[in-house]
Design a protein around this ligand. Structure first.
Ligand code: HEC
Length: 109
């Protein structure tokens, strides 16, 4: 197998993990699902009595703006600043796409 073929095969394998489709600029829900594993360590996957809401409940614009605000330091929580600064625009868009998908599944708007 040539090196280029090996890379193509690897990329194809990665996209099989998720819901569908290649990683795109506008946000790939499958990639978002993969990234969200890190978030559910602290953010509950479903509604609880706790103070941290499940991320899929947040409106998409709010979700993106919150992460940008942690990146710039406008929002001051050090834990979320570290989390947000490790994410690029494509990661944030993909997470937003995945949580929007979950919201639809759960009957939200
Ligand atoms: C180590 C625990 C931890 C991890 C991991 C974590 N978060 Fe958070 N997150 C928090 C806490 C605590 C807050 C509330 C911080 C505050 O008061 O600003 C928060 C707040 C947020 C908010 C704002 C919520 C709101 O209602 O305004 C967003 C959006 C968010 N997190 C997204 C994420 C995403 C996306 C990931 C995964 C990539 C993630 N978080 C991973 C602990 C965590």
């Amino acid at each position: 197998m040539t090196r280029a073929r090996a890379i193509v095969a690897t990329l194809a394998g990665v996209s099989l993990l998720g819901l569908a489709g290649p990683v795109r600029g506008e946000g790939d829900p499958a990639y978002g699902e993969y990234l969200a594993n890190e978030c559910t360590a602290c953010h509950p996957p479903d509604v609880t009595d706790g103070v941290i809401p499940p991320l899929w409940m947040l409106p998409t614009d709010y979700f993106i703006e919150a992460l940008k605000a942690y990146q710039t330091g406008e929002r001051e929580n050090p834990v979320m600043q570290a989390v947000a600064r490790a994410l690029g625009d494509e990661e944030i868009a993909s997470l937003a796409a995945y949580f929007a998908y979950l919201r639809e599944q759960k009957g939200g708007s």
